[in-house]
Design a protein around this ligand. Structure first.
Ligand code: HEC
Length: 153
Protein backbone atom coordinates (compact mmCIF):
# COMPACT_ATOMS: atom_id res chain seq x y z
CA UNK A 1 0.00 0.00 0.00
CA UNK A 2 2.83 2.33 0.83
CA UNK A 3 4.27 1.71 -2.57
CA UNK A 4 1.06 2.63 -4.35
CA UNK A 5 0.75 5.87 -2.40
CA UNK A 6 4.30 6.71 -3.41
CA UNK A 7 3.67 5.93 -7.06
CA UNK A 8 0.61 8.11 -7.17
CA UNK A 9 2.26 10.87 -5.15
CA UNK A 10 5.12 10.91 -7.63
CA UNK A 11 2.57 11.31 -10.40
CA UNK A 12 1.01 14.29 -8.70
CA UNK A 13 4.41 15.84 -8.11
CA UNK A 14 5.22 15.44 -11.79
CA UNK A 15 1.88 16.95 -12.77
CA UNK A 16 2.22 19.98 -10.54
CA UNK A 17 5.75 20.56 -11.69
CA UNK A 18 4.56 20.58 -15.27
CA UNK A 19 1.69 22.93 -14.53
CA UNK A 20 4.12 25.31 -12.85
CA UNK A 21 6.65 25.07 -15.64
CA UNK A 22 4.04 25.81 -18.29
CA UNK A 23 2.57 28.96 -16.75
CA UNK A 24 2.32 31.82 -19.25
CA UNK A 25 5.46 33.58 -18.03
CA UNK A 26 7.42 30.50 -18.99
CA UNK A 27 8.21 29.74 -22.59
CA UNK A 28 7.63 26.01 -22.02
CA UNK A 29 5.62 24.07 -24.54
CA UNK A 30 1.90 23.75 -23.80
CA UNK A 31 1.68 20.73 -26.10
CA UNK A 32 4.32 18.85 -24.15
CA UNK A 33 2.84 19.88 -20.80
CA UNK A 34 -0.72 18.83 -21.67
CA UNK A 35 0.46 15.45 -22.90
CA UNK A 36 2.40 14.93 -19.68
CA UNK A 37 -0.66 15.82 -17.60
CA UNK A 38 -2.73 13.37 -19.64
CA UNK A 39 -0.09 10.73 -18.85
CA UNK A 40 -0.58 11.58 -15.18
CA UNK A 41 -4.29 10.94 -15.73
CA UNK A 42 -3.49 7.61 -17.32
CA UNK A 43 -1.35 6.56 -14.37
CA UNK A 44 -4.10 7.50 -11.93
CA UNK A 45 -6.80 5.78 -14.01
CA UNK A 46 -4.73 2.61 -14.32
CA UNK A 47 -4.15 2.51 -10.58
CA UNK A 48 -7.87 2.86 -9.90
CA UNK A 49 -8.75 0.46 -12.72
CA UNK A 50 -6.57 -2.29 -11.26
CA UNK A 51 -8.47 -2.06 -7.98
CA UNK A 52 -11.86 -2.00 -9.67
CA UNK A 53 -10.94 -5.10 -11.70
CA UNK A 54 -9.69 -6.88 -8.59
CA UNK A 55 -6.12 -6.98 -9.82
CA UNK A 56 -4.96 -5.26 -6.69
CA UNK A 57 -6.46 -4.97 -3.24
CA UNK A 58 -8.85 -2.08 -2.76
CA UNK A 59 -7.32 0.76 -0.82
CA UNK A 60 -9.61 3.71 -0.19
CA UNK A 61 -6.74 6.15 0.28
CA UNK A 62 -5.07 5.23 -2.97
CA UNK A 63 -8.41 5.37 -4.80
CA UNK A 64 -9.16 8.80 -3.39
CA UNK A 65 -5.72 10.14 -4.17
CA UNK A 66 -5.92 8.84 -7.73
CA UNK A 67 -9.21 10.69 -8.23
CA UNK A 68 -7.95 13.91 -6.65
CA UNK A 69 -4.99 13.70 -9.01
CA UNK A 70 -7.28 13.53 -12.03
CA UNK A 71 -9.36 16.42 -10.74
CA UNK A 72 -6.21 18.48 -10.18
CA UNK A 73 -4.95 18.01 -13.72
CA UNK A 74 -8.02 19.89 -14.95
CA UNK A 75 -6.65 23.10 -13.42
CA UNK A 76 -3.60 22.83 -15.63
CA UNK A 77 -5.26 21.38 -18.70
CA UNK A 78 -7.74 24.24 -18.92
CA UNK A 79 -4.82 26.53 -19.72
CA UNK A 80 -2.80 24.24 -21.93
CA UNK A 81 -4.76 24.55 -25.18
CA UNK A 82 -4.00 28.21 -25.95
CA UNK A 83 -4.48 29.65 -29.44
CA UNK A 84 -1.41 28.87 -31.49
CA UNK A 85 -0.92 25.42 -30.00
CA UNK A 86 -3.08 23.73 -32.63
CA UNK A 87 0.03 22.58 -34.42
CA UNK A 88 3.75 22.77 -33.99
CA UNK A 89 4.90 19.76 -32.13
CA UNK A 90 3.39 16.34 -32.52
CA UNK A 91 -0.16 16.64 -31.24
CA UNK A 92 -3.41 14.72 -31.59
CA UNK A 93 -5.54 17.68 -30.51
CA UNK A 94 -8.24 18.22 -33.15
CA UNK A 95 -9.06 21.62 -34.69
CA UNK A 96 -12.57 21.17 -33.16
CA UNK A 97 -11.14 22.24 -29.81
CA UNK A 98 -10.47 25.78 -31.01
CA UNK A 99 -13.73 25.93 -32.95
CA UNK A 100 -15.65 24.98 -29.84
CA UNK A 101 -13.48 25.94 -26.86
CA UNK A 102 -16.54 26.36 -24.64
CA UNK A 103 -17.74 22.81 -25.23
CA UNK A 104 -14.22 21.49 -24.77
CA UNK A 105 -13.74 23.27 -21.44
CA UNK A 106 -17.15 22.10 -20.25
CA UNK A 107 -16.01 18.54 -20.78
CA UNK A 108 -12.81 19.24 -18.88
CA UNK A 109 -14.91 20.58 -16.02
CA UNK A 110 -17.08 17.47 -16.26
CA UNK A 111 -14.00 15.32 -15.76
CA UNK A 112 -13.03 17.38 -12.72
CA UNK A 113 -16.52 17.12 -11.17
CA UNK A 114 -16.79 13.37 -11.73
CA UNK A 115 -13.29 12.82 -10.33
CA UNK A 116 -14.17 14.81 -7.20
CA UNK A 117 -17.33 12.73 -6.80
CA UNK A 118 -15.34 9.53 -7.20
CA UNK A 119 -12.84 10.75 -4.59
CA UNK A 120 -15.72 11.05 -2.13
CA UNK A 121 -17.19 7.70 -3.19
CA UNK A 122 -13.82 6.03 -2.55
CA UNK A 123 -14.39 6.47 1.18
CA UNK A 124 -17.59 4.44 0.97
CA UNK A 125 -15.92 1.31 -0.33
CA UNK A 126 -15.25 -0.55 -3.54
CA UNK A 127 -18.88 -0.86 -4.66
CA UNK A 128 -19.52 2.88 -4.56
CA UNK A 129 -16.12 3.64 -6.02
CA UNK A 130 -16.63 1.29 -8.96
CA UNK A 131 -19.74 3.15 -10.12
CA UNK A 132 -18.24 6.60 -9.65
CA UNK A 133 -14.99 5.65 -11.36
CA UNK A 134 -16.97 4.38 -14.35
CA UNK A 135 -18.42 7.87 -14.72
CA UNK A 136 -14.93 9.40 -14.67
CA UNK A 137 -13.76 7.11 -17.47
CA UNK A 138 -16.80 8.09 -19.54
CA UNK A 139 -15.63 11.71 -19.42
CA UNK A 140 -12.18 10.69 -20.72
CA UNK A 141 -13.64 8.65 -23.55
CA UNK A 142 -16.29 11.20 -24.46
CA UNK A 143 -13.76 13.95 -24.90
CA UNK A 144 -11.25 11.81 -26.76
CA UNK A 145 -13.88 10.69 -29.25
CA UNK A 146 -14.77 14.24 -30.14
CA UNK A 147 -11.56 16.20 -29.71
CA UNK A 148 -8.65 13.80 -30.09
CA UNK A 149 -7.41 12.44 -33.39
CA UNK A 150 -6.62 8.77 -33.93
CA UNK A 151 -3.06 7.70 -33.36
CA UNK A 152 -1.01 7.98 -36.53
CA UNK A 153 0.65 4.72 -37.41
C1 HEC B 1 -11.83 17.72 -22.22
C2 HEC B 1 -11.16 16.75 -23.04
C3 HEC B 1 -10.38 15.62 -22.44
C4 HEC B 1 -10.63 14.91 -21.29
C5 HEC B 1 -11.78 15.06 -20.31
C6 HEC B 1 -9.58 13.93 -21.18
N1 HEC B 1 -8.72 14.04 -22.24
FE1 HEC B 1 -7.06 12.92 -22.53
N2 HEC B 1 -6.60 14.00 -24.21
C7 HEC B 1 -7.38 15.03 -24.74
C8 HEC B 1 -6.73 15.59 -25.91
C9 HEC B 1 -7.25 16.72 -26.78
C10 HEC B 1 -5.54 14.87 -26.08
C11 HEC B 1 -4.47 15.09 -27.17
C12 HEC B 1 -3.43 16.11 -26.66
C13 HEC B 1 -2.32 16.39 -27.65
O1 HEC B 1 -1.85 15.46 -28.35
O2 HEC B 1 -1.92 17.57 -27.75
C14 HEC B 1 -5.49 13.87 -25.00
C15 HEC B 1 -4.47 12.95 -24.82
C16 HEC B 1 -4.45 11.94 -23.87
C17 HEC B 1 -3.42 10.93 -23.73
C18 HEC B 1 -2.17 10.80 -24.64
C19 HEC B 1 -1.08 11.74 -24.12
C20 HEC B 1 0.21 11.68 -24.94
O3 HEC B 1 1.26 11.43 -24.33
O4 HEC B 1 0.16 11.88 -26.17
C21 HEC B 1 -3.77 10.14 -22.66
C22 HEC B 1 -2.99 8.93 -22.13
C23 HEC B 1 -5.01 10.67 -22.12
N3 HEC B 1 -5.39 11.75 -22.88
C24 HEC B 1 -5.67 10.13 -21.01
C25 HEC B 1 -6.82 10.68 -20.45
C26 HEC B 1 -7.51 10.14 -19.29
C27 HEC B 1 -7.10 8.89 -18.54
C28 HEC B 1 -8.58 10.95 -19.06
C29 HEC B 1 -9.62 10.86 -18.00
C30 HEC B 1 -9.23 10.68 -16.64
C31 HEC B 1 -8.54 12.00 -20.07
N4 HEC B 1 -7.48 11.80 -20.89
C32 HEC B 1 -9.48 13.02 -20.16
C33 HEC B 1 -8.58 15.47 -24.24
C34 HEC B 1 -9.18 15.04 -23.04
Amino acid sequence: MRKSILTIAAGIALGSFLVASSLPADAGSPIKARKELMQTNKLAAMTAGAMVKGKRAYDAQVAELAMRTIAATAYGLEHLFPKGSETGEKTRAKAEIWKDMKGFLERMEGMEDKAEEAAEAAKKGLGAFKMAFGDVIKTCKGCHEKYRAEKKK
